[in-house]
Design a binder for this molecule. Structure first.
Ligand SMILES: Cc1cc2nc3c(=O)[nH]c(=O)nc-3n(C[C@H](O)[C@H](O)[C@H](O)COP(=O)(O)O)c2cc1C
Length: 176
């Protein structure tokens, strides 16, 4: 067991890498610009009301835009959308990111991915700063689901896909 704070930080990081998580692109807009960023820190909060949290680093451009914007969208990626995840996590400059993928605009003025696994359209209801991040709470206003169910998963810094196997738990196979 790790005891010093440096030990705990290192082992905590390793522990977090072992958490499999669906990969999303979070999109939002202020009066003058739209932006999107890859995130895995997206978690269900409650069903009543239907709500979720996303944890966004305060150093990011998306943080500035979400702090002002009143709506955001969680676009859960499909397993064949690794390139989109890379584009929206820094491989492509912010203003060019939406050239990748088919993007539409919601009634609330937020860009959403037309062929994502899921779009969850949220109204921002709270923002809770904690350490380097802010926890944004969103209440779901609308949801679009698409089949087949094959979300892009990130585990141990590797993109994975969940694979159905008869009589066994789903296994996570490396994608890239
Ligand atoms: C798979 C993956 C998951 C990520 N998850 C998060 C996250 O949950 N929260 C966060 O703030 N940054 C996360 N990042 C980092 C941001 O995507 C990255 O720092 C981004 O380029 C910075 O955003 P900006 O261009 O809006 O400044 C993740 C990156 C990757 C590749």
């Amino acid at each position: 067991m790790s005891t010093t704070s440096e030990d705990v930080r290192a082992s905590f990081k390793l522990a977090m890498r072992r958490f499999p998580a669906a990969v999303s692109v979070i999109t939002s807009a202020d009066q003058s610009r739209r932006h999107g960023m890859t995130a895995t820190a997206v978690t269900s909060l409650s069903l009543d009301p239907p709500s979720l949290i996303v944890c966004i680093n305060r150093a990011t451009l998306l943080h500035d835009i979400m702090s002002v914007g009143r709506h955001f969208c969680v676009n859960v990626l499909r397993s064949d959308q690794v390139e989109l995840s890379s584009a929206f996590s820094g491989a492509v400059a912010p203003e060019l990111r939406f050239d990748h993928g088919r993007w539409l605009t919601s009634e609330d003025g937020v860009s959403y991915l037309d062929d994502a696994q899921i779009n969850i359209f949220c109204r921002k209801v709270a923002a809770v700063p904690y350490g380097t991040h802010t926890i944004f709470i969103g209440e779901a206003a609308a949801v679009k689901l698409r089949d087949p169910i094959a979300p892009l998963i990130y585990q141990d810094a590797t993109y994975c896909v969940s694979v159905a196997r008869d009589g066994a738990a789903q296994s996570c196979a490396a994608n890239h």
